[in-house]
Design a protein around this ligand. Sequence first.
Ligand code: ZN
Ligand code: ZN
Length: 361
Amino acid sequence: MTDTRAPRLDRLRQAISEAGLDGLVVSAPANIFYLSGFRGSAGALLVTSDRALLFSDFRYRLQAARQAPDWEFVEVPRRLFARLGETAAEAGLQRLGFDPAHLTCQRREQLAGAAPNVELMPADGLVEELRAVKSADELEAIRAAVALSDQAMARLVELLRPGAVERDLALEAEFLMRRAGAEAVAFDLIIASGPNSALPHAESGERKLAPGDLVVMDIGARKAGYCSDMTRTYAVGEASAQAREIYRIVYQAQRAAAAEVRPGAVCRELDRLARSVIENAGFAEYFGHGLGHGVGVEVHEAPRLGKEEERRLVAGNVVTVEPGIYLPEVGGVRLEDLLAVTEDGAETLTRSPMPPELPIV
Ligand code: ZN
Ligand code: ZN
């Protein structure tokens, strides 16, 4: 990965300089992994115009050499951010950026105490902006994660029947994905049946599936550090007219928005498009979350496809399109695909079938 990561550092250095900084402290694990390849649980990066340093402790020395061979490793037994501050001061940095969302007050004090003459400047989102545009290698990792969740979804559909327990289905999907090579699940898998399906972020619990249930299955795998994310909704045994209706509406909203994903599309207008389908059908108040989100090293990252998001999509973005309708006490429907924005449109990465009419098993 050495060669593929070098351009990221070049782009970050450009962003650091454009932000009026001469260095950046990187403390969020996802950003550390993205820039350096290091996957240890303790560490921080210091990036300057001519140096790239990885601070961590003895436990990670060998791992750092293997995962981040191009980074200068600085072994720090304790008070890592004080040492990082000393290094910044010795390097003569004047304006050092840090991400306020990811640096605790305690660590900031360590930094400031060790570098009294270095001005600490809040600088959030510099690395996240780079992460929003995927390279070919990253896209390949996401495809591998998607393939794992597609396989698991096919198996889940076979296992749907009255009496099946939500938690068992979630465990089965996790086991299948991990045995097929996933490093982990991308998030706590959601198998939500009956009234539980009306909770957008339900926990998979002890409930047994019953005839007439809607079952929302939201699953994702992590592979080579990258996530997948997909949702399908099925009915067990039978389905009410209302369940069929909300499924049809969510399907139309999903397709309408997915068809407009391309470079230049404004995120909030995509949300608006899907939302208007649901509003026009009379279910406005039952679609309470944003249309989608970026997926990569983290399962939720930039860009957000939300009501307020004015940015435009660019080639290399990977986003979900996942409208839903959630009727309290009754049940819900969510349909989620993962799309890669290409030079002239979009490619749907998820392959699991999404029928236009509510599928009943
Ligand atoms: Zn999802
Ligand atoms: Zn999602």
